[in-house]
Design a protein around this ligand. Structure first.
Ligand code: TYM
Length: 322
C-alpha cells in the first residue's frame, strides 16, 4: 500500500501559477509514489461564493479540467468534489465539539477578515475544522500545500490528537505537511499572488493577457547597464520557475549589468508560454468535454466516499453513537 497524499483547491477563481507551483505541481510529480486524493473544495468556497451558484458550478468544471490538464491521471489519482463526500461534513460537526471559539479566534483567515472589517460568517470561522475533516478522514500521510496553509495543517494535527486523546483510540493518523520549498509565488505587484488581490497570472488565460501582465511586473527603476540584484527582482523570481535552464546566464547578466527589465520580461514571457503550452493545449480539449469531466468526478466521488465511510464507522463507534 502506497502512502496517501491529499490536498484540495477552492473553486473561488481560476487557477494561477501560485496554486500550480505551490501545490498542484507536487500532486502530479508525486502521483506515482503516493496514492493521491485531490479534490475541489467547493464547501470551503461557499463562504465567499454564497450568492454565486453559477460561478461555483463553472469554476468546479474548470478546476477539474485544470487538474487533468496539468497531468493528473484519474487512474492514479482520486479526483473528486468535497461536497460529494457527506461524511466530511459529518466529521466536521463532530470536530466542532472538540474546539472552542477562542481556539478558532487565533486562526489567520479569521483574524485577517476581522482586521479588514469584513463580515465573518460561521463558514469562515469554522474553516480550519472542515479542513481538518478533509485531511483526517482519508488517513492522509502527506498534505502538499503553499505556506499560507501551514497553520491549517497544524490545526488538523491538533484535532487528530484531541480526538484520539478524548476517546482513547488511535482513530486518526497524524498527517505531515509538505510546504512548497519556494513557500509563496509572488504576484505581478510583488505581493503574495492571491485570487483576492487581483495580481495573479492564470495558467489558462489568453496569451495576450499574460503578455500584458508579464510586461507590467513591478520592478525598480534601474537602467539597462546598471548592475542588478537578481534576488531583489520580481521578474527574476519568475525566471526561477520558468527559465531554469538559462538561470545562471540570466543571473550573470543581472549581476554584471547589460540586461534591462524589458528584455528580461520578454525572455520570461517566451519561457513561460513554452512551459505552459502543453497543458494549455490539453485544457482547451478538456474544457469542451463536460461529460468526461463529470464522469471523472463521479468515479472519484465513489472511491472517496468508500474510504471516508470506512473511517466514519470507527469514528461513530468511538464517540458512542453506534
Ligand atoms: P486555495 O484554493 O486558496 O489554494 C490552493 C493551493 O495553492 C496554494 N497557493 C499558493 N502557493 C504558493 N504561492 C502562492 N501565491 C499561493 N497561493 C495559493 C495554497 O497554499 C494551496 O495549497 N484551504 C485550502 C483548500 C483546502 C485544502 C484542504 C488544502 C481545503 N481543504 C485540505 C489541503 C488540504 C485553500 O484555500 O487553498
Amino acid at each position: 500500500m502506497k502512502p496517501i497524499l491529499l490536498s484540495g483547491v477552492k473553486p473561488t477563481a481560476r487557477v494561477h501559477i501560485g496554486n500550480y507551483f505551490g501545490a498542484m505541481k507536487q500532486f502530479v510529480d508525486l502521483q506515482d509514489k503516493y496514492s493521491n486524493f485531490n479534490f475541489i473544495a467547493d464547501y470551503h468556497a461557499l463562504n465567499q461564493m454564497m450568492d454565486k451558484p453559477q460561478d461555483i458550478k463553472r469554476l468546479t468544471l474548470e478546476l477539474t479540467a485544470a487538474y487533468l490538464a496539468i497531468g493528473l491521471d484519474p487512474k492514479k489519482t482520486v479526483l473528486f468534489r468535497q461536497s460529494d463526500v457527506p461524511q466530511v461534513t459529518e466529521l466536521n460537526w463532530i470536530f466542532n465539539s472538540l474546539v472552542t471559539p477562542s481556539y478558532l479566534q487565533s486562526a489567520h483567515a479569521y483574524k485577517d477578515a476581522v482586521a479588514k472589517k469584513k463580515t465573518v460568517n460561521m463558514g469562515l470561522f469554522c474553516y480550519p475544522v472542515l479542513m481538518a475533516a478533509d485531511i483526517l478522514i482519508y488517513g492522509s500521510d502527506i498534505v502538499p500545500v503553499g505556506k499560507d496553509q501551514e497553520q491549517h495543517l497544524e490545526i488538523a494535527i491538533d484535532l487528530a490528537k484531541k480526538f484520539n486523546h478524548a476517546y482513547g483510540a488511535e482513530v486518526f493518523k497524524m498527517p505531515k505537511g509538505m510546504i512548497w520549498e519556494g513557500q509563496s509565488v509572488k504576484g505581478i505587484d510583488g505581493e503574495k499572488m492571491s485570487k483576492s488581490k487581483g495580481n495573479v497570472i492564470e495558467l489558462f488565460e489568453p496569451e495576450e493577457s499574460i503578455r500584458k501582465k508579464v510586461m507590467s511586473i513591478k520592478t525598480d527603476s534601474a537602467g539597462v547597464d546598471d548592475k542588478k540584484d537578481p534576488e531583489a527582482d520580481n521578474v527574476f523570481a519568475y525566471h526561477k520557475l520558468f527559465s531554469v535552464k538559462m538561470l545562471d546566464e540570466l543571473r550573470g547578466r543581472y549581476e554584471k549589468g547589460g540586461i534591462g527589465y524589458k528584455e528580461s520580461k520578454e525572455i520570461l514571457f517566451a519561457n513561460m508560454m513554452a512551459y505552459l503550452k502543453p497543458m494549455r493545449k490539453e485544457y482547451e480539449k478538456l474544457i469542451k468535454n463536460e461529460k468526461y469531466l463529470n464522469k471523472v468526478l463521479s468515479a472519484g466521488a465513489k472511491k472517496a466516499r468508500e474510504v471516508a465511510e470506512e473511517k466514519m464507522v470507527k469514528v461513530r463507534k468511538a464517540i458512542g453513537v453506534r
